[in-house]
Design a protein around this ligand. Structure first.
Ligand code: ATP
Ligand code: TZP
Ligand code: MG
Ligand code: MG
Length: 260
């Protein structure tokens, strides 16, 4: 009943995200039934983070100044017991991104760390390929996610063809999703915000909340593909937003493919 809960509670999600995906993230959250606010100024980020249901920190188009402001927001969220999601976009592509992601993890208590395998591997110093914002790694993604969850004391979500969600001991995997999700920029970034909306309404069980968010997102991608595969990717993006808006808990129960 978690989707209904999100739509009922309409949680405010404070997003400090990148310039590429800002509009898509706001529209995705609205479609889902959450309430987005994008705010970056040091004069207001603490105030907003403290009244939000969750705070999203996404370093996609970072600057040192922006990271400083993210840390102000993150620490304010921590004080107010507001969960924080971190998306370390492009960690591993440059040492600046890796260093800044680690700085956030050191200075802010992050509830959920979400990235592709290459990004998460880079934070752990594991061999990975990260080309721009697209990353991959060979090897065991479950072990990778567990290691990150333990090292950074958070729930780690590693996305890809199969998604892994773990707090270091409980492990869930989600096979839902569609390759076309990788052909629309910002789906990974929007997923971070959607995880924020689900953990805002289910703070007690973050693994369950993040798994539901990832499953919901993957099914929305599958349904959107079925509706638009003959038209193409532009129509898919629109259909995907429609799915975020209309998919129900009952549909999700029928269509979910959780492996563990
Ligand atoms: P990247 O920049 O490497 O694409 P990302 O940050 O955009 O990474 P993804 O790993 O692409 O994040 O995840 C975004 C969504 O796409 C998730 O819901 C994920 O399950 C889904 N997804 C990614 N790759 C596939 C795939 N090959 N098959 C099915 N679903 C996928
Ligand atoms: N460049 C900097 S941030 C960004 C790009 C293309 C968006 C990345 O989005 P996602 O969700 O990781 O694919
Ligand atoms: Mg992507
Ligand atoms: Mg990404």
């Amino acid at each position: 009943m978690m989707i209904e809960q999100v739509r009922k509670e309409n949680p405010l999600i404070h997003c400090m995200t990148n310039v590429v995906v800002t509009n898509f993230t706001a529209n995705g959250l609205l479609a889902l039934g959450a309430s987005p606010v994008m705010a970056y100024a040091k004069e207001e980020v603490a105030d907003l983070a403290q009244i939000a249901g969750a705070l999203l920190l996404n370093i996609g188009t970072l600057s040192t100044e922006q990271i400083d402001h993210m840390i102000i927001a993150g620490q304010a969220a921590n004080e107010a017991n507001v969960p924080v999601v971190l998306d370390p976009v492009g960690a591993g592509a440059t040492s600046f991104r890796t260093t800044m992601s680690k700085r956030i993890l050191e200075e802010v208590k992050v509830s959920v760390l979400r990235g592709n395998a290459g990004e998460i591997a880079s934070l752990l110093g594991v061999q990975a390929t990260v080309k721009g914002v697209d990353g991959s790694m060979e090897g065991d993604k479950i072990e990778l996610a567990k290691q990150a969850a333990k090292q950074f004391n958070c729930v780690c979500v590693v996305t890809g063809e199969v998604d892994v969600i773990t707090d270091g001991s409980v492990v869930k995997t989600v096979a839902n999703g569609h390759p076309w999700l990788t052909k629309v920029v910002g789906t990974g970034c929007l997923l971070g915000a959607v995880i924020g909306a689900f953990i805002a309404v289910e703070r007690e069980n973050l693994v369950e909340a993040a798994t539901t968010a990832v499953t919901f997102f993957g099914i929305a991608g599958e349904q959107a593909f079925q509706q638009t595969n003959e038209q193409g990717i532009g129509s898919f993006q629109e259909a995907f937003l429609n799915q975020l808006h209309t998919l129900t808990d009952d549909q999700m129960k029928q269509l979910r493919r959780n492996e563990a």
